[in-house]
Design a protein around this ligand. Structure first.
Ligand code: 3PG
Length: 231
């Protein structure tokens, strides 16, 4: 079962956002204010992790009340969690590793999935299923930008969402790579900020992240005034 059009749509949406906030909520009631705060800052997607029981209800609440935010489910380790996430309405699923049973189960249902990879062998498991968009985790610990540059030779078709150790400071380096559609991270929605209900802080961090994405992309592409005209 290949990933196909759904994967391409997801890649385009994630590229538009540039940053995927990774959020663990302890209570489903936190979901809508977090989603609205991210959207107000200019980020149109979120990954709600299955590290807490609040995840399915949080995803349902965001789908119902903040429909313009693209909501994915993260830390999907089992087929049962995948089923729960899809039933809750997650638009895409994310995992830290490559579990073939989970990946095949999700792709068979036509939902895009970003399994985690950090070796060429895992990348080839993804390619064998027609998947060209994956999570690179844990990005910083596994060699970061240098690792992705080295992979571009044998795997020019691969696209990544690096996550794990991404900060506002190092995100620009990742986003400058052609192979990176977006970076993921918890820095916008830390447990302390969410627990304290500091929604304005999240909006400010999201706005900073959105501005950083624009800067990174402007830096990567030649600006019109830098392009030499022939003759
Ligand atoms: C993830 O699940 O993707 C990571 O836990 C995020 O890592 P970070 O906390 O380093 O951003």
């Amino acid at each position: 079962m290949s990933a196909g059009a759904a994967e391409m749509d997801l890649a385009a949406a994630l590229r538009d956002a540039g940053v995927v906030p990774v959020v663990t909520l302890t209570r489903p009631e936190q979901a809508v204010p977090v989603a609205e705060a991210l959207l107000a800052g200019g980020l149109a997607c979120v990954e709600i992790t299955f590290r807490s029981d609040a995840a399915p209800a949080a995803i349902e609440a965001i789908r119902a009340r903040v429909p313009s935010l693209l909501v994915g489910a993260g830390t999907i380790l089992t087929v049962a969690q995948a089923d729960t996430a899809m039933a809750a309405g997650a638009s895409f699923l994310v995992a830290p590793g490559f579990n073939p049973a989970v990946v095949d189960h999700v792709l068979d249902r036509g939902i895009p999935m970003l399994p985690g990879v950090c070796t060429p062998s895992e990348i080839e498991q993804a390619l064998a299923r027609g998947l060209e968009l994956v999570k690179f985790f844990p990005a910083a610990a596994m060699g970061g930008v240098a690792f992705l540059r080295a992979l571009a030779g044998p795997y020019p078709m691969l696209r990544y969402v690096p996550t794990g150790g991404i900060t506002p400071e190092n995100a620009v380096e990742y986003l400058a790579l052609r192979s990176v559609v977006a970076v993921g991270g918890t820095w916008l929605t830390t447990q302390d900020v969410v627990a304290a209900g500091e929604w304005a802080t999240i909006t400010g961090l999201a706005a900073d992240a959105a501005a950083m994405v624009r800067r990174a992309r402007d830096g990567a592409a030649p600006r019109p005034r830098d392009v030499r005209q022939p003759g």
